[in-house]
Design a protein around this ligand. Structure first.
Ligand code: 26Q
Length: 754
């Protein structure tokens, strides 16, 4: 395609041209040109076709990613530069859809990119939430949630004109199908992300994200994960889930019929992937539809089992969804008898009560449904899968040992290196050529440059340039001042106690006291946080308030502020991540060992030359194996120790607090007059009380080791040449974490698409 010509024609149609158009008009024109080019491109040729079902697709902005994959990014940059602007400026006009929370949703987006880029036939199936998760407002120091309306008159959504009728208890509701094109990397194929929507969506609520949860016909697709602290919210989640899977299942069978294949051949032509338990009702829905098509029940169940595969993303109880059968009777009565019959079949395979689909209280265990009626089940990193098989899902893994496998997560290097870090991408290319762009494992060729001081120096200069870029972005977009000469220590991820932002907060308070005592660091340190909290998760919101208050305390203190900055980045999202990650020196991955299934930001930081400070948890274990102990900073109790402590009920935070005067002094700071003057008394008191009385995720237990290792890490940073080598090894070994590798494994072991 001649981009300049198409762009010129489109702008002419809008009554303007490249020199007169506003950035918003240029964005709009570029969007139209790319979207329409993609519409005319062929889907990947299939074999078997994959349908990847997920309640979340955290796709991020799409203009740059699409241009990269269409091979048009350099040309776009050139054309825009010739007219006095840049892709960076133009893409700032693109609203970011917030169709996900964090890791699980972003993983689904990386997977779609890799599936298309490997030329595999696979579409995403999800929901078109009009106001997303929420936009986080921290203007008064605590989180307030606001709608994030992202669908503008011109958007990536394509109305397919197709719709399906979903049989809810109250009657049928039409699911309209919108598509977003998913182009592969320079391979001419385009897959699709199908997002289902109601016909007549409700307008955004006036204030906050409260809305009438009973008005399902209009509100079903308003928000992702409506507050489920009340029954109306939980019921709405079930409505969302069934809407997504019923429409998706009907789409699958319609496409199967278009291929001229009988429904009994479903598993020969189709692979269905279930991303966590949120889409699990696709199993009974497919069985129901096959039976309607004349297939006997047991045969239908067997076909669906050969079609479906399930990924578990967390061992925390919160994600192991269960629904009272009474909810399903109200929302999706047609699948209730199917679930009861599937439960009976499962009971013929095992009489162990813990693996039943429907328990004694008539509650449906979605993960059990998934394991019985999928042919493959996987965890998302080696340690996580081991814990699933050996403890969390042990009875099921003993029943079906052949179903379980590990598929360590990955991320797309197109977005997370080529897109967000052009400086590093071109340095790498100048050193080893551009083979790594198609095969990330080639990054290992960089290892030959160990000891090449000119190269490590160049690597450090790229990092410095990214830090300066981030500092400018933080000032312009978030009103935050940071010193680009300081060490950038970054923890960005959902706010959750198990991820232990609260332990990092203790380090900040300890460092503050150190500096007050005259113990200043060699170089200033900038601690950056970014995190959204679930709207009903009080302690997570309290921790945000604590961190914001510490940030103010530090900034207000002229003795401390030259040495320490704590920046809390409001509304952390994919776009913010693309600015933050390339600029990080230290990547904070400090979850309590055994609790983080994988983590994926750890991989992105590594690929961008940050050094990990972390526990041996999730994929940090694999990172440590790849880079070696000299190139990662590990601390904390092992997962085996932690699992032992839970089993023996042997952890008492009170004892740690009593036995450590320095730690007690740090904890007391949380409720000191200085912090109470800058934070909310209720929030701070709750955080304080949780530390000493509960500390379920053992932050106090690991706090000392954490601080000591972090100090060693910051000291090592001063040997710039040695640090440059650590960065080099991290980039070089990161290729394993390409989602292309992950998707090849899914295809080889589970989907068999090609
Ligand atoms: C469940 C029930 C009710 C309400 C909400 C939920 C819910 C919503 C979202 C449960 C879990 C999630 C999201 C989980 C998630 O993002 N997990 C992360 O998945 C990543 C990709 O595999 C891993 O890298 C992370 O370790 C894991 O935390």
């Amino acid at each position: 395609m001649d981009l300049e010509k198409s762009l010129g024609e489109t702008l002419a149609g809008m009554g303007t041209d490249l020199d007169r158009a506003s950035r918003a008009q240029i964005f709009c024109a570029l969007l139209r040109v790319t979207r329409d080019a993609e519409l005319s491109m062929a889907p990947a040729p299939g074999g078997r076709k994959l349908y990847y079902f997920s309640a979340e697709f955290l796709v991020g902005r799409l203009l740059r990613a699409n241009l990269v994959n269409l091979g048009l990014a350099d040309e776009a940059e050139r054309v825009l530069a010739a007219h006095g602007t840049s892709l960076a400026e133009v893409e700032d006009c693109e609203p970011e859809p917030s169709l996900g929370n964090g890791g699980l949703g972003r993983l689904a987006a990386c997977f779609l990119d890799s599936i298309a880029s490997l030329g595999l036939s696979g579409d995403g199936v999800g929901l078109n939430y009009h106001y997303g998760l929420f936009r986080q407002d921290l203007s008064d120091g605590t989180q307030r949630e606001e709608p994030n309306p992202w669908i503008e008159p011109e958007s990536w959504l394509i109305d397919t004109g197709r719709s399906f009728s979903v049989p809810f208890g109250f009657g049928p509701l039409t699911a309209r199908m919108y598509d977003i094109a998913v182009p592969g990397y320079e391979n001419g194929t385009v897959n699709r992300l199908h997002l289902f929507d109601v016909d007549d969506p409700a307008p955004a609520p006036e204030h906050g994200i409260d809305f009438d949860k009973g008005d399902v016909r209009h509100d079903l697709t308003s928000f992702l994960y409506p507050d489920d602290s009340d029954e109306a919210g939980r019921l709405l989640r079930v409505y969302q889930q069934y809407f997504m899977v019923s429409a998706g299942a009907q789409l699958i069978l319609a496409e199967l019929a278009e291929r001229g294949a009988p429904v009994t051949e479903l598993d020969r032509h189709v692979a269905v992937h279930i991303n966590d338990t949120h889409p699990s009702m696709v199993i009974p829905e497919l069985v129901r539809l096959l039976c309607e098509g004349g297939v006997p029940f047991e045969e239908a169940a067997a076909i669906v089992e050969r079609t479906c595969a399930y990924t578990n993303h967390t061992i925390l109880a919160e994600a192991l969804e269960t629904w009272p059968m009474s909810y399903l009777e109200q929302v999706a009565p047609k699948i209730v008898p199917v679930i009861r019959r599937l439960d009976a079949l499962a009971r013929e395979r095992s009489d162990e009560p813990s693996v039943a689909i429907v328990d004694q209280g008539d509650v449906v265990h979605m993960a059990n449904l998934d394991v019985h009626f999928s042919h493959a089940v996987n965890g998302v990193a080696a340690l996580h899968t081991k814990i699933l098989v050996e403890s969390e899902m042990r009875p099921l893994a003993e029943l079906y040992p052949e179903k379980f496998s590990n598929k360590t997560n990955g991320v797309t290097f197109r977005r997370w290196l080529m897109g967000c870090n052009p400086g590093l991408a071109s340095l790498v290319t100048s050193a080893i050529g551009d083979g790594w762009k198609r095969d990330a494992s080639r990054l290992e060729d960089l290892l030959d440059l160990r000891g090449d001081s000119a190269f490590t120096q160049a690597l450090l200069e790229v990092k410095d340039a990214n830090k300066a870029r981030l500092a400018a972005w933080l000032r312009a977009e978030k009103g935050i001042e940071v010193d680009p000469g300081s060490v950038f220590d970054i923890q960005v991820k959902r706010m959750h106690q198990y991820k232990r932002q609260q332990m990092n907060a203790l380090y900040a308070l300890w460092k503050y006291l150190q500096i007050k005592h005259g113990n200043v660091p060699t170089r200033p340190v900038t601690m950056v946080f970014g995190a959204k909290a679930a709207p009903a998760y009080t302690l997570a919101k309290d921790t945000i308030n604590l961190l914001v208050a510490i940030g103010r305390l530090v900034a207000d203190d002229p003795e401390v502020s030259p040495w320490l900055t704590l920046a809390f980045v409001e509304n952390y999202n994919v776009t913010a991540a693309e600015h933050l990650i390339p600029a990080a020196d230290v990547s904070e991955q400090i979850s309590l060992a055994s609790k983080e299934a994988s983590g994926t930001s750890n991989m992105k930081f590594m690929a961008n030359g940050a050094v990990t400070l972390g526990t041996l948890d999730g994929a940090n274990v694999e990172i440590a194996e790849l880079v070696g102990r000299e190139n990662i900073y590990l601390f904390g109790r092992s997962s085996a120790d932690v699992i032992g402590l839970y089993a023996s009920d042997g952890y008492r935070p009170w004892d740690v607090w009593q036995g450590d005067a320095e730690l007690a002094e740090v904890l007391d700071m949380i409720v000191s007059p200085e912090l109470l003057a800058r934070g909310d008394a209720g929030c701070l008191a709750r955080v304080y009380r949780d530390f000493v009385a509960k500390d379920y995720f053992m932050a106090l237990l690991d706090a000392r080791d954490y601080a000591a290792v972090k100090e060693r890490c910051l000291a090592d940073y001063e040997d710039r040449a040695a640090w440059g080598e650590k960065a080099l090894v991290n980039v070089a070994r990161s290729g394993f974490f390409s989602s292309d590798r992950t998707i090849r494994e899914y295809d080889r072991d589970i989907w068999h698409l090609s």
